[in-house]
Design a protein around this ligand. Structure first.
Ligand code: PMP
Length: 304
């Protein structure tokens, strides 16, 4: 990943990919206190466009605020840096990774006196869980790792350190032969995937867990709005794992995972064991939005 051509926006300048480095005593590398975003640009007939750039940029700043991290650049600068990262890497489509981290000036726990640095990288990235996954769904396993408690890490912050929990859960599921993990909250209710929000469909209604311990997903919000447009009722509530077993359909949402059907949880087939019809409908609507085919949602796109 580090050894490639291209440019990374780093503290206000475009830096050659191989030179975008930092010292090994970087505080965030040791303790995980940092914030980041995952954003996607899609090819549209007007050129590359970033999906919901404002919402992603706002969430980055909200995450920093939650951690008490003062960012050295304003929202507008980071907004523009993401457009520049796609443009200057000549991407037609791709994934964008803004991040803010603490510098290497001291190694004590407190980060209060440290410098804060920001980067924005962008590179081509296709379907996160594979094309087959988007068409036929994935096999998921309930994780032995619980999702964060609201008072242990800050669940509304997309914070670097929070992802140790995601990595443990995802790797455990993958080692056991599954595509992804489903994490329960500390009370045993369904929370989210390692990098996705989760939805189930039952008797013509769409259900998703409330956001107590899950990230406020921008794709989740998009799907809730799209469901409203086709008259599909959306219910936000606590969900148990056996409700997922007996759902008609289920799917994950996320910027990377997009809308990925879940065909199996814990070796129980969900619905027909393939992508369900309403999942397919919402997935098609989602892809029409991100690629600029849904003209009434062009406001969600920022042309590069
Ligand atoms: N939950 C977690 C833990 C995530 O990492 C992500 C990906 N950012 C999501 C949910 C989905 O969020 P979004 O739709 O904004 O990408």
């Amino acid at each position: 990943m580090a050894d490639r051509d291209g440019l990374i926006w780093y503290d206000g300048k475009m830096v050659p990919w191989r030179e975008a480095t930092t010292h090994v005593l970087t505080h965030t590398l040791h303790y995980g206190m940092g914030v980041f975003e995952g954003v996607r640009a899609y090819k549209t007939d007007k050129g590359p466009a970033i999906f919901r750039l404002k919402e992603h940029t706002d969430r980055l700043f909200r995450s920093a605020h939650i951690l008490g991290m003062k960012l050295p650049f304003d929202n507008e600068t980071i907004y523009k840096a993401q457009l520049a990262a796609v443009r200057e890497n000549k991407l037609e489509s791709g994934y964008i990774r803004p991040m803010a981290f603490f510098g290497p000036e001291a190694m004590g726990i407190s980060a209060k006196t440290l410098s804060v640095h920001m980067i924005v990288a962008a590179w081509p990235w296709g379907a996160y869980l594979g094309k087959e996954a988007l068409e036929h769904g994935i096999r998921v396993k309930t994780s032995s790792f619980a999702r964060h408690h609201v008072n242990i890490t800050m669940c509304k912050a997309k914070a670097n350190g929070n992802y140790m929990n995601s990595i443990l859960a995802h790797q455990e599921a993958a080692t056991d032969g599954y595509d992804e993990a489903l994490l329960l909250d500390v009370d045993g209710f369904v929370a989210e995937g390692s990098g996705e929000n989760v939805f189930i469909i039952r008797n013509g209604k769409l259900y998703t867990p409330d956001l107590t311990s899950a990230l406020e997903g921008i794709t989740r919000d998009t799907i809730v709005q799209l469901a409203g447009e086709i008259g599909l009722p959306v219910v936000e509530k606590r969900i148990t794992r056996d409700e997922v077993y007996s759902a008609d359909e289920a799917f994950f949402t996320g910027t990377a995972a997009e809308v990925t059907p879940i065909r199996e949880l814990d070796n129980r087939k969900i619905g027909n064991g393939d992508r369900g019809p309403l999942t397919e409908k919402l997935q098609t609507m989602y892809f029409d939005c991100v690629t600029g085919k849904a003209k009434h949602h062009m406001d969600w796109l920022t042309l590069v």
